[in-house]
Write a protein that binds this ligand. Sequence first.
Ligand code: THU
Length: 160
Amino acid sequence: MKQRCIKTSFTALSWSELSDSDRDLLSQAKRMTERSYSPYSHFQVGAAALLKNGTVVLGSNQENAAYPSGLCAERTTLFAANANYPDQPVVALAIACYTNGKFTANPGAPCGSCRQVMLETEHRFNTPMRVLLYGEDEVYVFEKASDLLPIGFFAEDLEG
Ligand code: THU
């Protein structure tokens, strides 16, 4: 038996420690929480994807009375980016969560399905996608999506 250990690293920064461009992308994600359609959970998530060509694609979570038909903000945004700009790597994705009248103090953790979609987006363009998670108290910055999903599942794995 071998004991193995997975380590991941990210930076926790205050708002003032962020670069202007990261602050701008996070501000766009924060604004997008206002466009969330979340009448069931009342948990409003906004996302902003920065493409290599400088374009920013925006999205929010979209819920449905048939609950599983809804979609998280991260996937809404990445699928829109990939559908409209299929040749453009996504270089950064910012996410913010708003509930009970305020942004969350701690960064919201993307769900497993969104991490898997982030991973494939990063992999298909062979370009690191930085992930910026907004919290009122601090912001987490992951330098690549794979830091959020070690031992990921890729197309190559389908070949066995
Ligand atoms: N949600 C997101 O949009 N992103 C996440 O990473 C976690 C959860 C949404 C899904 C649902 O509309 C609401 O938040 C509550 O789970």
